[in-house]
Design a protein around this ligand. Structure first.
Ligand SMILES: NC(=O)C1=CN([C@@H]2O[C@H](COP(=O)(O)OP(=O)(O)OC[C@H]3O[C@@H](n4cnc5c(N)ncnc54)[C@H](OP(=O)(O)O)[C@@H]3O)[C@@H](O)[C@H]2O)C=CC1
Ligand SMILES: Nc1nc(=O)c2c([nH]1)NC[C@@H]1CN(c3ccc(C(=O)N[C@@H](CCC(=O)O)C(=O)O)cc3)C=[N+]21
Length: 307
């Protein structure tokens, strides 16, 4: 591939440790996310040194989904570590939409709240997009409102969804070139695939988006210089989907009895790819690091006078 990777060397961990035939460079999201969090911590400290309030992230968790509880707890810990205050709002799974709407409205109006994150999925009686679009566009640190999604596709500034933005940041910081490359994204959700395709396009990649109706998925994927798997099907992507020398990004996370499993068959694909993200330790930590960065970026005056 001809790029330099400052973080991973073949076989440092993951790739080489798990398979003697592995040749892919490991794209170490955990390490890159740690660097990014340090930068965010420094930005928060600089704000405080100028007498500003620390930014505050309000999370809203509806219902009892155990994975969502784990994620929200991780987000709060990450906030604390960089000096961002976090406010934990929880509502019962059978809550009326009106109450959720009221809560979002009160957080929109609260000047002490810089970012609002509505954890997904919502219980089935609540339509997620309806409530996401109640979030103030300037506080939409998940970048999921229709307005911010539109800004992305219109090539205007705005808050970007954390997972797609985290993937771009990871590629950039690992020295993977994007412009002119063929990027294939497997998955077209509003949370990951679609906005990621938009960001890759903005960076001058040639972008193909795949989904359930894609005919001959392996053949389409084999055209990729950069292949991103975000479909939620454990180990769907195997060697037959990967052109030797491609860069493979695994967004998928499925909880099984053997732990977390990605959408990529890591051991097999690492023998042909030039570089690959592990699960865990790849895209996941980048998502949280970008949430923190977005929360600082959402402070009105960071764009007005502090930057
Ligand atoms: N690491 C991280 O930070 C994050 C990880 N995730 C994980 O990423 C995965 C995807 O999440 P999300 O986008 O929310 O999932 P969704 O279920 O919303 O979307 C999945 C997408 O994959 C497509 N798809 C499903 N099966 C296939 C298939 N066999 N072939 C081709 N395309 C297929 C679907 O196509 P269609 O539209 O046709 O139905 C859909 O567009 C999940 O495992 C999730 O847990 C999610 C967010 C963050
Ligand atoms: N409004 C909203 N925004 C989201 O960004 C959002 C969401 N809802 N709902 C669920 C998905 C999923 N998601 C992850 C975040 C971090 C890790 C992460 O840190 N993963 C670690 C492992 C964590 C573990 O061990 O469980 C890793 O991959 O190394 C994973 C997944 C954000 N999501």
């Amino acid at each position: 591939m001809g790029f330099t990777n400052v973080y991973g060397v073949p076989g440092r961990s993951g790739a080489g440790a798990e398979s003697p035939r592995a040749r892919a460079v490991l794209l170490d999201g955990r390490a890159v996310a740690a660097t990014l969090r340090e930068e965010t911590a420094a930005a928060v400290a600089a704000l405080r040194a100028r007498g500003r309030e620390a930014p505050a992230l309000a999370t809203i968790l509806v219902g009892e989904d155990p994975a969502s509880h784990v994620y929200v707890a991780a987000k709060h810990r990450a906030c604390e570590a960089v000096g961002i205050r976090s406010l934990d709002h929880r509502l019962p799974g059978d809550v009326e939409g009106e109450r959720l709407a009221e809560l979002i409205g009160s957080l929109n109006a609260d000047d002490a709240v810089s970012g609002i994150l509505l954890q997904l999925p919502l219980p089935s009686q609540l339509e997620a997009s309806e409530f996401i679009d109640l979030i103030d566009v300037g506080k939409d640190v998940d970048g999921l409102t229709t307005a911010n999604a539109g800004q992305l596709w219109r090539q205007r500034d705005g808050l970007r969804p954390c997972t797609p933005a985290g993937i771009i940041e990871l590629l950039d910081r690992c020295g993977v070139p994007i412009a002119g490359r063929h990027a294939v994204v497997v998955g077209r959700s509003d949370l990951v695939g679609r906005p990621l395709a938009g960001l890759l396009l903005r960076r001058d990649a040639t972008v193909t988006i795949c989904h359930r109706h894609t005919a001959d998925l392996p053949a389409v994927c084999r055209g990729a210089d950069i292949l991103v798997a975000a479909c939620g099907i454990p180990r769907l992507i195997g060697v037959e989907h990967v052109r030797p020398g491609a860069v493979v990004v695994d967004v998928g996370i499925t909880r099984t009895d053997d732990g977390l499993v990605g959408d990529v068959d890591f051991d097999a694909v690492a023998t042909v790819a030039a570089a690959i993200t592990p699960v865990p330790g790849g895209v996941g930590p980048m998502t949280i690091a970008l949430l923190l960065a977005n929360t600082v970026a959402a402070l009105p005056s960071t764009t007005d006078k502090d930057r």
